[in-house]
Design a protein around this ligand. Structure first.
Ligand SMILES: Cc1ncc(COP(=O)(O)O)c(C=O)c1O
Length: 467
């Protein structure tokens, strides 16, 4: 196969993949796939024909995240403009560290960051695209650490006394950040939540005071806007007030919920966000931009510049006259993908109003699903709802609810008709469909509810699983 023929074939496969809606996944246990997949890395190359059949094989078993039954993690579907941006960025294969290497992409990224800062309310803010919310949370905490110990980055840190505060339902990436920054898991204080999964401010104050009494050094609070399981939004305004009184850095993890800021109707979920010091916001979640695409935004850009000052020694990259446009000076990465193009193209296609409509349509569908759950006697909502996470479970008297909901999920995934996530709230196993995929419709949600209920009833009756 020559290169032209290969490219033609690839286009056909892309179309087939985009239009194919048969199954979310061709489920196969890893032990079987390991036996049947050709994982051999050859001594002599096998040519493009083999590559084409490898691609077929890969696509066959990959999860179809654009399928209307895909409601599993916090993203899904394909934004075609962003898809084109992803392909073209790979085609041009540049690195974002200097303007010289990525002229227009640099300006795109600056325009995106500026716009996102405006939306957040960081008038003179700046930021960088990162590998995800996990990375954005870590950078936020790194800035916080810099604020409390600016000399540490030169002479090293003793993290043992530093403590930060997060909600008990925050994402695990904060623990990762504590590990990387030398703070330690024990110094991440999990502040209890109220019954809706939001951080309790009275408990936050108690914990800060307790840590000061124990001679620890509080340095940062991380609030979550859109928790992973329940989609809860911590009370930002109140937390900002506490951080200001206590002189603590305030970072907002809006990896999941940040997109509410587009909508006049839902923006109030993040009321007060302009009072934060930094925020992360994933475009690769609700905005549907292909992974990865995430922004870290900071109100006082000089601190980001300081924590990235390691780049100042790179005389082979950064030349004096391009100081303000070489994005490598405000990034932890050296070689960095162009994630700006896809977001820029998607934004040009949709505009702020298009993003707002998308978010509001997702909320509308989530309301619809909640209504369906609440009106079905065999289902129950397991949490209040702020966002598009719909936490539910199947119920039946006299049956172990955790056991049966785990089994329902297992069968549903294996059937290939739907993929929803299984999580825990307290001791309860729940099912958590999220709406973050433009292919999801009301009809699909009707079918999901039917599928959960009929699968639960099959299990009760002892009917074995069949596709
Ligand atoms: C609340 C929250 N924060 C952070 C993250 C991590 O984001 P990423 O996967 O982009 O690193 C997630 C991921 O689901 C999340 O739900």
């Amino acid at each position: 196969m020559d290169v032209d023929g290969f490219l033609d074939e690839i286009l056909v496969k892309i179309r087939e993949h985009l239009n194919g809606t048969e199954k979310v996944v061709e489920y196969i246990p890893q032990s079987s796939l390991r036996k049947t997949a050709d994982l051999n890395l050859p001594l002599e190359g096998l040519g493009l024909d083999t590559v084409m059949s490898d691609i077929d094989h890969y696509l066959r078993y990959s999860v179809k995240t654009n399928h209307p039954g895909f409601m599993n993690p916090l993203w899904g579907g394909i934004n075609i403009a962003a898809f084109a941006g992803e392909v073209i960025a790979t085609l041009s294969n540049n690195s974002m560290y200097t303007y010289e290497l990525s002229p227009l992409a640099t300006l795109f990224e600056q325009a995106l960051i500026r716009r996102m800062c405006e939306i957040v309310g960081f008038g003179d803010g700046n930021g960088t695209l990162t590998t995800g919310g996990s990375n954005g949370n870590m950078i936020g905490m790194m800035c916080a650490r810099y604020q409390v110990d600016p000399l540490g980055q030169q002479r090293g840190f003793d993290g043992e006394k530093l403590v930060c505060f997060v909600s008990a339902e925050s994402h695990y990436s904060v623990l990762m950040a504590a590990n990387v920054l030398g703070i330690g898991f024990d110094n991440v204080i999990k502040v209890p939540c109220d019954e809706d999964g939001r951080m309790r401010c009275d408990k936050l104050i108690e914990e800060i005071e307790r840590s000061r009494m124990n001679n620890q050094i509080p340095f940062c609070v991380v609030a979550t806007s859109g928790t992973t399981v329940r989609g809860a939004f911590d009370p930002i305004k109140e937390i900002a007030g506490i951080c200001s009184d206590q002189n603590l850095w305030f970072h907002v993890d809006a990896a999941w919920g940040g997109s509410c800021l587009f909508s006049a109707k839902y923006r109030e979920l993040m009321d007060g966000v302009e009072l934060a010091d930094s925020i992360c916001w994933d475009a690769h979640k609700m905005m549907g931009v292909p992974l990865v695409c995430s922004a870290f935004l900071i109100k006082r850009p000089e601190i980001l510049r300081k924590i990235c000052s390691h780049g100042n020694v790179a005389h082979y990259l950064f030349l004096g006259d391009a100081e303000d446009v070489d994005l490598g000076r405000i990034s932890l990465q050296c070689g960095r993908r162009n994630d700006a193009l896809k977001l820029f193209l998607a934004w040009r296609e949709k505009g702020d109003a298009g993003w707002a409509r998308l978010i509001e349509s997702y909320m509308h569908l989530a309301d619809y699903l909640q209504d369906k759950v609440e009106s079905n006697p065999q289902l129950e909502m397991m949490s209040t709802r702020d966002w598009t996470n719909v936490c539910l479970r199947f119920r039946e008297d006299g049956i172990d609810k955790n056991e049966i909901n785990g089994q329902i999920r297992d069968r549903i995934v294996k059937s290939g008709r739907f993929m929803v996530s299984q999580s825990n709230i307290g001791d309860d196993v729940i099912l958590r469909p999220v709406i973050a995929n433009p292919a999801v419709t009301k009809l699909q949600l009707d079918k999901l509810v039917e599928e959960i209920v009929s699968t639960g009833n099959d299990i009760i009756r002892g009917i074995p699983f069949s596709e």
